[in-house]
Design a protein around this ligand. Structure first.
Ligand code: NAP
Length: 314
């Protein structure tokens, strides 16, 4: 007989761990499945400066570790290195969750908190040189590129924030964006463009990343003139948005045209007992504080659902 839980939370990022703190405190038997690192994408942040209450900021890694401890303190079982491979709703209203280790568990309710992964640039050189100069994480790879020119692609908060982080190391940063302005928060843009190492390249897209074994340069096309030029860059940091990790549940819940899970304000997916929360879902904003709040809401909704559906706890 498969192990049984009141709630299985798929994803151990801030959303899933926040949910686990609350379900644990409600004495629900809770399993969190995290296929790689607890903390998810936030682990890649060098410094979190906009999470209210942390006046001096905190590193993504420290934040994630503290979050993990908090969830475990209230009894959540966190399986690190184990992902979910399937979610099936059974006739009795419970769910069978298949595990990447070959096992399965039964849950009375499931919270989907799988988050999202970075979008790729579909150009020659991207895949071939990924890990050899092509990167989606300045915090992870920035220090390898000291005193050399690098390129940053994208114009949102990620590009501007991560690009600014790279000013610590690189000699110059060609910041390539397809518009004539960045769309990040104003304070971030001011800080970024105020740094003399940063050279914006507006109205432009990268056509190719070249280099034998490592990145040596990029070909950039100006969308207005149609002309292309080669720029020297020893690394290309790409921050062009995200793709939700919703494939697991694409046949179970409603998705929008970008593949994000549709939920209401109670984090209900429309399938009784199945909740979605955080970056995986359609949300008004994607800030750490509100995706954490999503996890809390999903946990409270689960608790009410289990009470009202008259299912006894494990
Ligand atoms: P984003 O806001 O979706 O921005 C993606 C950027 O990539 C845009 O500039 C977009 O240009 C560009 N882009 C998309 N596809 C492209 C392509 N194929 N080629 C070239 N450029 C392309 O993504 P994000 O910056 O990662 O932010 C995601 C969410 O996380 C946002 O809600 C953001 O506010 C939040 N976030 C917040 C913080 C913070 O508060 N400190 C930090 C990071 C992220 P267009 O504008 O032309 O589409």
């Amino acid at each position: 007989m498969a192990n049984q839980y009141d709630v299985v939370i798929i994803g151990g990022g801030p959303t899933g761990l926040a949910a686990a703190v609350y379900t644990g405190r409600s004495l629900l038997k809770t399993l969190v499945l995290e296929q790689s690192m607890p903390g998810g994408q936030i682990v890649l942040s060098a410094a979190i400066d906009n999470y209210p209450g942390f006046a001096d900021g905190i590193s993504g890694y420290d934040f994630a570790q503290s979050f993990l401890k908090h969830a475990q303190r209230f009894g959540a079982e966190v399986r690190i290195g184990t992902g979910a491979t399937s979610v099936v709703r059974n006739d009795d209203g419970t769910f069978t969750v298949g595990l990447s280790d070959g096992g399965e568990v039964i849950a009375r309710a499931v919270i989907l908190a799988m988050g999202r992964h970075p979008r790729k640039l579909d150009i020659p050189g991207y895949d071939r040189l990924f890990g050899s100069g092509v990167s989606v994480c300045a915090t992870c790879d920035g220090a390898f590129f000291r005193n050399v020119p690098v390129a940053v692609v994208g114009g949102g908060n990620s590009a501007v924030e991560e690009g600014f982080f790279l000013t610590r190391y690189a000699s110059e940063i060609r910041s390539i964006h397809r518009r004539d302005h960045f769309t990040a928060q104003k304070i971030l843009i001011e800080e970024y463009l105020g740094n003399p190492k940063v050279q914006p390249v507006w109205n432009s897209v990268v056509e190719e990343i070249y280099g034998e074994k490592e990145v040596e340069g990029i070909r950039v096309r100006n969308l207005q003139s149609g002309e292309s030029e080669d720029l020297e860059a020893k690394a290309v940091f790409v921050f062009i948005g995200w793709i939700p990790n919703s494939a697991l549940v694409k046949d179970l819940v409603r998705l929008d045209d970008q593949g994000r899970v549709l939920v209401n304000e109670l984090m209900e997916t429309g399938v009784p007992g199945l909740y979605g929360a955080g970056d995986l879902c359609v949300r008004p904003i994607y800030q750490l504080a509100n995706v954490v709040a999503d996890g809390v809401q999903a946990a409270v909704s689960v608790e009410k659902y289990l009470e009202s559906s008259g299912q006894s706890r494990h």
